[in-house]
Design a protein. Structure first.
Length: 403
């Protein structure tokens, strides 16, 4: 499986906050978009029958979430709604934090597929369509934040960007995209074999890690930013061998990595000790699952969690239906994963892996007012998404929008 079609190609525009003194046209565009975001934010109060502020907190019955300028300012029972602030009453609904998908290709325009082995400055800028129908579908599924990445065709495929599903950048650092497995092998350019792939990636990352002096660093080189620890990485691996090799490259350098288990990776035979040794407690993305997914795969999240591995879920939209994010979590619970862990994976856990935990993933004062209203518990497969809110603005209502 891929996060999205391989190799959608565009040049660097978004740079990490820690890369000082870098100004590009794309970065200025992102800043302008962020500056415009408060205009779309609103003041509102929502009273729901059940309010879930975080996965490890009990639902609040008949509670109110008060929003000012697109941020949560108060959550609870005795909340005074200021005069002039609209109160939305949803007495039978469940209100939960907006869902976060850590691996998608949402909103990317179709482009010719080009995949260099090491694409050091590749980003999604210029390839993103903020009005893309896939983003509307994501909102309809309750997804309010997503990492939009490039494909798995490169050993290092530049960096993806964390976005609201309204198409606006969240304003956190990009996430480097790496891969090991059959998807990176080509006949027309190196690497053509797995051994060569590992050697090429190890050499590039190790050399970049060693060039730490400012005059030796190209500020547009995202591979160097990852190798120095300035960017976190999303690393797709196809087999346990690929995972072991990926850890052998990144772990000695202390690099921040979230792993994604691609199609072909079968950890179902691993016991808890092996899973712990291979993943080392790094966040690990699984899915998407469907109603035809083999039972052995559906039991993997519970097995990983038992080994102390933070489990995350993805829909891999648009390669898979974006509704698959919540479906994957629900099926993982059905096959042994603790419900609180599954719900956390849909919000705070994924936000933490993307460096966005201070903004999204829970409903708390100061956080973005990104919320989902459902007609039942969020992990109940019969529950429907009624409304989705981003920055205190309703961006989807069931029956009103046809994504």
């Amino acid at each position: 499986m891929r996060c999205h079609p391989n190799g959608t190609r565009t040049r660097l525009s978004v740079v990490p906050a820690r890369l000082r003194g870098v100004t590009t046209a794309g970065a200025l565009l992102a800043l302008l978009l962020l500056a415009a975001a408060p205009a779309a934010a609103q003041d509102v109060a929502i009273r729901a029958g059940h309010v879930v502020t975080a996965a490890d907190a009990p639902p609040l019955a008949d509670a109110v979430v008060l929003v000012r300028d697109g941020r949560v300012v108060a959550v609870g029972h005795m909340i005074e709604v200021p005069v002039g602030v609209p109160l939305v009453e949803r007495p039978g609904a469940w209100l939960v934090p907006g869902f976060v998908d850590p691996c998608t290709g949402l909103g990317l325009r179709e482009r010719d597929e080009v995949a260099l082995a090491l694409d050091r400055d590749l980003t999604i800028d210029g390839a993103l369509d903020p009005e893309h129908r896939d983003l509307a579908r994501a909102r309809a599924a309750g997804v309010t934040t997503a990492l939009v990445t490039l494909g798995d065709g490169s050993l290092f495929g530049g960096a993806g960007q964390v976005l609201k599903t309204t198409g606006v950048p969240l304003g956190v650092d990009p996430v480097a995209k790496l891969a090991l497995g059959p998807s990176v092998l080509r006949q027309d350019r190196p690497p053509t074999a797995r051994s060569g792939a590992v050697a090429l990636l190890r050499k590039a990352i190790t050399e970049a890690h060693q060039r730490r002096a400012p005059h030796e660093v190209d500020p547009s080189d995202l591979l160097a930013a990852f190798a120095r620890g300035d960017l976190a990485g999303l690393f797709t691996v196809a087999t346990p061998v690929d995972l072991d090799q990926a850890r052998g490259i990144t772990l000695p350098l202390g690099l921040r990595v979230t792993y994604r288990l691609a199609e072909g990776f079968d950890p179902s035979a691993l016991d808890a000790e092996q899973a712990r040794d291979l993943l080392g407690g790094a966040p690990t993305v699984v899915g998407p699952f469907g109603l035809t997914t083999p039972e052995r795969a559906l039991r993997v999240p519970a097995r990983l969690a038992a080994a102390g591995v933070p489990v995350l879920f993805t829909s891999q939209a648009p390669d898979g239906p974006v509704e698959g994010l919540r479906l994957t979590a629900a099926l993982a619970v059905r096959y042994g994963l603790d419900p609180a862990q599954a719900l956390d994976a849909l919000g705070r856990g994924a936000a933490r892996a993307l460096g966005a935990e201070e903004r999204v993933g829970t409903l708390a004062p100061g956080k973005d007012a990104d919320m989902v209203l459902l007609d039942g518990p969020p992990l109940d497969l019969s529950s429907r998404v009624l409304e989705t809110w981003v920055l205190g603005r309703r961006v989807h209502r069931a029956g009103e929008e046809r994504p």
